[in-house]
Design a protein around this ligand. Structure first.
Ligand SMILES: [Zn+2]
Length: 191
C-alpha cells in the first residue's frame, strides 16, 4: 500500500548532510511557481476564510502555491512512502524571499476533495501558520484519530470530513502568530 506523507524541505536539508542518493530532491528540481495556481485558489481561499475567523486581523502573506513532481522525495523513511506536499520556507526559496508550497500533481489528480484540502491546509500550516508536525493521537467520539492535520502522514479525507470542525479549529488554535504578525508580514511581503 502506498502511504502518503508530507515533507518539509527543512527536514530534507538535514538529510542532505553526509548522505548521497541519486533520487534526492534538489531545490533546482522544483519548477518555480509565482502566485497561487488557479486550480488551487479555491482551497487556499477556504484556508484564508477559516484563518480570518480564528485570527483577528489575519491577512494572507505572500506565498507561492503550485504543482510539482514530488515522486523523487522518498528520502526520509524506509518503506513505500510518497511525498504529496512540500513547504519550502522563505529563506530556502531560491526564487524569491517568500514561502512556496508544492503539491504532487499525480496525487492531486487522484485524491478526493477532502484529502486535497487536508494536504493544502497541512502545508499552509507549515508555511503560513509556522507549525511543526504533530504525530499525537486523540480519542474523539470513541475513535482514536490523529490529533492534528499536522500529522506527518495523511490520514484520509474521510477522517478529516468526519471531524471537520475539530481539525479546522485545532489547526488555527496551535499557531503562535497573531493578527498583528500577519499585518506586518502582509505589509512587508507585497511585491
Ligand atoms: Zn508536513
Amino acid at each position: 500500500m502506498r502511504i502518503h506523507t508530507f515533507d518539509k524541505i527543512l527536514f530534507l536539508g538535514m538529510l542532505f548532510v553526509g548522505v548521497s542518493c541519486a533520487h534526492r530532491l534538489k531545490m533546482t528540481d522544483l519548477v518555480p511557481y509565482s502566485g497561487v495556481h488557479p486550480t488551487l485558489v479555491p482551497v487556499v481561499a477556504r484556508f484564508n476564510a477559516f484563518a480570518a475567523q480564528h485570527i483577528k486581523g489575519y491577512c494572507q502573506p505572500a506565498i507561492d502555491v503550485g504543482f510539482a513532481d514530488l515522486d523523487n522525495m522518498e528520502v526520509k523513511e524506509p518503506g513505500d512512502k510518497h511525498a504529496i506536499g512540500l513547504c519550502v520556507p522563505s529563506f530556502l526559496n531560491p526564487v524569491r524571499s517568500r514561502p512556496a508550497i508544492y503539491v504532487d500533481k499525480d496525487y492531486w489528480d487522484n485524491a478526493s476533495e477532502m484529502s486535497r484540502e487536508s494536504t493544502i491546509f497541512h502545508e499552509m500550516g507549515h508555511c503560513v501558520l509556522n507549525l511543526e508536525h504533530n504525530d499525537q493521537d486523540v480519542v474523539i467520539k470513541g475513535e482514536k484519530i490523529k490529533k492534528s492535520l499536522m500529522a506527518p502522514v495523511e490520514f484520509g479525507g474521510y477522517r478529516y470530513l468526519a471531524n471537520y470542525q475539530y481539525y479546522v479549529d485545532e489547526l488555527f488554535s496551535e499557531t503562535k502568530l497573531t493578527g498583528e504578525d500577519f499585518q506586518k508580514e502582509c505589509a512587508h511581503g507585497k511585491d
